[in-house]
Design a protein around this ligand. Structure first.
Ligand SMILES: O=C(O)CCC(=O)C(=O)O
Ligand SMILES: [Fe+2]
Length: 454
């Protein structure tokens, strides 16, 4: 696993190329060594319970684990802190279950959201700043639309094997303690499954070797994150994290141009699964629209967003990324690197491509309300999507200096992955006019050589 000993030697451009686009994890030493969280939460490198108990006694999400079983629940913060303090002071062999405070929306619930109070706890490192989930709001319509978390866990607690939510990236900044990370490349995921291929192993040190015969053969990337270190987790890597000491960390999940297609792929895979589950009940729905909307409701319940909500999110990303691209100027500003400008063009290109793909499958930001299939498609592929793609096509065609174009193509190639297919177009032989419009525009961009991967 790559380890960067001195963050001042790692530029944003290098991070993008070496880790983000090529999907490789990295440990960056000392990146969070002097964050405000150190003073606010710890003394001499240990959790400071007197300070922590000054926080309001809010309800917090916790996971109880015992004997390989993990139960999510809630408890009061002070109750958790008393448990943790007691556990720290007790002899190691305590019969109490292990309790891990995790996935806590601390910024939202304690600091009142994004702002100066968040900044005084921690700065978001430049490598992780291009964060569309937290900037543009993935869910849009939900109370908590936030992918910024805090994890506090006594020594011995653990996050069992998982892949991060919705194909996102994550970063973890460890404020105190040491964490052991074990990573598995996406192409080795099948080795973690049982004989049926359906179940993934839960805990790497405690599983039935006859049910999971390949786990021990899976190549593992094993690394210890110390206090002050940050870990970048690329999309699609399974990982288990063990707290070797009492640990306090800050974690964000996020997506940008490099992995936004992964997010759509995960949503589509869930939709296909849900459609499979509901297939035998299809006759119970009066109309196709009702069936479609029922499937989308389940996808929404599972992921906090459905395909229509995802289109609306992409449209918010287009506005923000267009503005960000324009703010970088036309290349005269020497402090803006070529990679930064190319990254924004890649953002626009990817957003345009995903929107065009979704629109051609009938997904717009408004849900279908009835009518025949063609009319519904027309309606949902509404002017918003069409005008966003037009805008992107104009921006891309006018911005393409040859040098930058090569850079964008190289970046698109580096972040591999085939085009996302909606995989449901068997009956879609005649695209309605709005969709054809998008395809023509997109064809023109493609003809300029922007696409090297799709
Ligand atoms: O620190 C942990 O327990 C889990 C962190 C994690 O899985 C992540 O940041 O992706
Ligand atoms: Fe994770």
């Amino acid at each position: 696993m790559a380890v960067v000993l001195d963050p001042s030697t790692l530029s944003y451009s290098e991070f993008v190329k070496r880790f983000m686009l090529s999907g490789r994890p990295v440990l960056i030493k000392g990146l969070c060594a002097d964050w405000g969280a150190n003073q606010q939460w710890t003394t001499d490198g240990l959790p400071d319970f007197a300070k922590l108990k000054r926080l309001p006694d809010v309800r917090v999400p916790v996971v109880h684990s015992s004997g390989g079983d993990y139960q999510c629940s809630e408890m009061n913060l002070h109750e958790f802190l008393c448990y943790w303090e007691r556990r720290r002071d007790a002899a190691a062999s305590s019969d109490e279950p292990e309790i891990y405070l995790k996935d806590w929306h601390y910024v939202e619930e304690i600091l009142g959201g994004e702002g100066e109070r968040r900044a005084s706890l921690y700065p978001v490192p430049v490598y992780f700043e291009d964060d569309w989930f937290n900037k543009y709001g993935l869910k849009g319509d939900s109370d908590i639309d936030d992918f910024r978390f805090v994890y506090w866990g006594p020594r011995g607690t653990c996050t069992p094997v998982h892949m991060d939510v919705l194909g996102s990236f994550s970063w973890s900044a460890n404020i105190c303690g040491r964490k052991r990370w074990r990573f598995f490349r996406p192409e080795h995921s099948h080795l973690l499954r049982d004989r049926s291929g359906l179940q993934t192993v839960t805990h790497l040190d405690c599983y039935d070797t006859s049910a999971f015969p390949h786990v021990r053969t899976a190549p593992v990337v094993d690394v210890v994150q110390e206090a002050g270190d940050c870990v970048f987790v690329p999309s699609g890597w399974h990982h288990q994290v063990d707290n070797l000491d009492d640990c306090m960390s800050i974690n964000h999940n996020w997506a940008d141009a490099a992995n936004i297609r992964e997010v759509l792929r995960v949503l589509l895979a869930d939709l296909r699964r849900v459609e499979g589950l509901l297939a035998s009940d299809r006759g119970l729905f009066d109309t196709d629209v009702e069936y479609t909307l029922a499937c989308q409701r389940i996808v929404h319940a599972n992921n906090g967003v459905d395909l229509y909500g995802f289109v609306a999110f992409l449209l918010r990303c287009v506005s923000g990324e267009m503005e960000a691209h324009r703010a970088l100027g036309n290349g005269d500003d020497a402090s803006v690197s070529k990679v930064e400008r190319a990254m924004k063009l890649l953002s626009l290109y990817r957003l345009g491509h995903l929107l065009a793909t979704l629109a051609s499958g009938g997904y717009g930001p408004t849900r279908p309300s009835g009518g025949d299939a063609a009319a519904r498609k027309e309606e949902s592929c509404c002017a918003d999507v069409l005008s966003a793609v037009r805008l992107i096509a104009d921006e891309l065609t006018s911005a393409s200096g040859a040098e930058l174009q090569d850079e964008v193509c190289a970046m698109a190639r580096a972040s591999k992955g085939e085009a996302v297919s909606l995989g449901k177009n068997d009956n879609d032989d005649v695209a309605p006019p709005a969709v054809r419009g998008i395809e023509e525009i997109w064809g023109a961009v493609r003809a300029r050589g922007w696409t090297s991967d799709d």
